[in-house]
Design a binder for this molecule. Structure first.
Ligand SMILES: [Cu+2]
Length: 135
């Protein structure tokens, strides 16, 4: 009699599938709970936005975590072309009026100055302070 054996086999595979599903759904909440921890501690990608206007940065003070990849969004809402430069980090990005550029930086702890390299803009106060602190 082949049929009973087959059935047993089927039942076994079926329960294996159920066990797999149970394990999967059991894991889902665990992964969901990892997100808040990543924000507070370990390496994660952060986002900041520094808006350019005529002629200023908003904000002109920013704090980011050290040793962490940070995406810096740079929208230029002014009517002039502007620039975002940090000499120590070799950053020098032109942003045309109405455009947004995004850069990724990762810096050691310290205090950096960002400024607009367009002629005269820095003298008019288009600069700011980036503090990079140990998370
Ligand atoms: Cu400028």
């Amino acid at each position: 009699m082949k049929d009973p054996r087959r059935q047993t086999h089927h039942v076994r595979r079926y329960s294996a599938a159920i066990l797999g599903l149970t394990l999967l759904s059991g894991c889902a909440p665990f992964f969901g709970q990892e997100d808040p921890e990543a924000v507070g501690g370990g390496p994660s990608v952060e986002d900041v936005t520094i808006t350019m206007v005529d002629v200023d940065f908003n904000p002109n003070k920013e704090i980011i975590p050290a040793g962490t990849e940070v995406m810096v969004h740079l929208p230029n809402e002014g009517s002039l072309g502007h620039n975002f430069s940090i000499d120590e980090l070799d950053i020098d990005v032109d942003v045309a009026a109405g455009e947004t550029k995004t850069i990724t930086l990762e810096a050691p702890a310290g205090t950096y100055t960002y400024y607009c390299a367009k002629p005269g803009h820095r003298a008019l106060g288009m600069e700011g302070t980036l503090r990079v602190v140990q998370p």
